[in-house]
Design a protein around this ligand. Structure first.
Ligand SMILES: Cc1ncc(C[n+]2csc(CCOP(=O)(O)OP(=O)(O)O)c2C)c(N)n1
Length: 315
């Protein structure tokens, strides 16, 4: 990784963490309607991948999508307003947390349907291939989603059509309260790639450099016309499955439970000379200010007008 990229990654990781901590507080105050699934703890995955993408590359996201959206460059004020159901939200306040999207940024949408991104990403990659563009599509999904039928359909189709798509599994060890080791017949998600004739790699998802390197290789393959790759990132979510989850299924022995990808990157980047202590402090202060500003913006934004009730409706 280059210094410039590391500084960007550290900034985005901090923005995601402060954003999620703020959403946690705001939800606790009763200011957020609907369900919220927080991304904190998994920051190394979104940022390690997104450091290598630009606006013309596509991503599909999940119900736990705030981190993907921030790293893909979605407007943070618009995201906070959307989550609070306000008029100035990215979707006019009508979608909420699980429908944050910004097509201009290549963020094709968070998704309330577990496993809903596989077909969308394959389709986006098919459009890239058909139009002869030099881009990729990335499908983020959880370990739970890897047991949905759409996983198998999506990987198979992407492989036979040789599509420029990268399937990134965020294995945070649980699908709601069900441990992956209980729910999966295979020990890893990565090994399933062989059934679909594509490389499957498993990386430390708390180490942003490992995620970055695996993604870089997958992008080279995709752009060289060599088709899809499956990357499994071992990670952990700091909060519950959803806000309000008692998390009784978690144990002290859970791998990665005591790790923090942001703390780890900070130490590694300073030690490697990628970032100074002062730069790290400045980034943290700026990220905090960005999120404070977003909350103030969202709180001041009005609720959608009653007259907008029947707009944006297709049928
Ligand atoms: C098709 C479908 N089935 C079930 C659900 C209910 N549900 C919401 S999140 C979730 C668990 C998903 O686990 P995983 O894919 O590992 O993602 P994580 O929550 O761990 O990020 C389930 C079962 C859903 N939203 N959609």
């Amino acid at each position: 990784m280059e210094k410039k990229e590391v500084l960007w990654i550290y900034q985005k990781m901090n923005e995601i963490r402060f954003f999620e901590e703020e959403v946690h507080r705001t939800f606790g105050k009763g200011l957020i309607p609907g369900f919220v699934h927080l991304y904190a703890g998994e920051e190394a995955v979104a940022t390690g991948v997104m450091a290598l993408l630009d606006d013309e590359d596509y991503i599909t996201s999940t119900h736990r999508g705030h981190g993907h959206a921030i790293a893909k460059g979605c407007d943070i004020r618009g995201m906070m307003a959307e989550i609070m159901g306000k008029k100035d939200g990215l979707g006019g306040g009508k979608g909420g947390s699980m429908h944050v999207a910004d097509v201009e940024k290549g963020m094709l949408g968070a998704n309330g349907i577990v496993g809903g991104g596989f077909g969308l990403a394959a389709g986006a990659a098919l459009s890239i291939k058909t139009l002869g563009r030099d881009n990729v599509a990335v499908c983020f999904f959880g370990d739970g989603a890897s047991n949905e039928g759409t996983f198998h359909e999506g990987l198979n189709l992407a492989s036979i059509l040789n599509l420029p798509v990268i399937f990134v599994c965020e294995n945070n060890q649980f699908g709601e309260g069900t441990p992956f080791r209980y729910a999966s017949a295979s020990e890893t998600v990565a090994e399933r790639a062989s059934a679909y004739n594509m490389p499957g790699v498993r990386v430390d998802g708390m180490d942003v450099e490992a995620v970055y390197n695996a993604t870089k290789e997958a992008i080279v393959r995709a752009k060289a016309g060599q088709g899809p790759t499956l990357i499994e990132c071992d990670t952990y979510r700091m909060f519950g499955h959803f806000e309000g989850d008692e998390q009784k299924y978690k144990t002290d022995q859970d791998p990665n439970r005591d790790r923090d990808p942001i703390v780890e990157l900070r130490a590694k980047a300073i030690q490697k000379g990628w970032m100074t202590e002062t730069e790290a402090n400045d980034i943290e202060t700026a990220a905090k200010a960005t999120i404070k500003d977003a909350v103030e913006f969202a709180e001041a934004s009005p609720l959608p007008d009653l007259s907008s009730l029947y707009t944006d409706i297709f049928a």
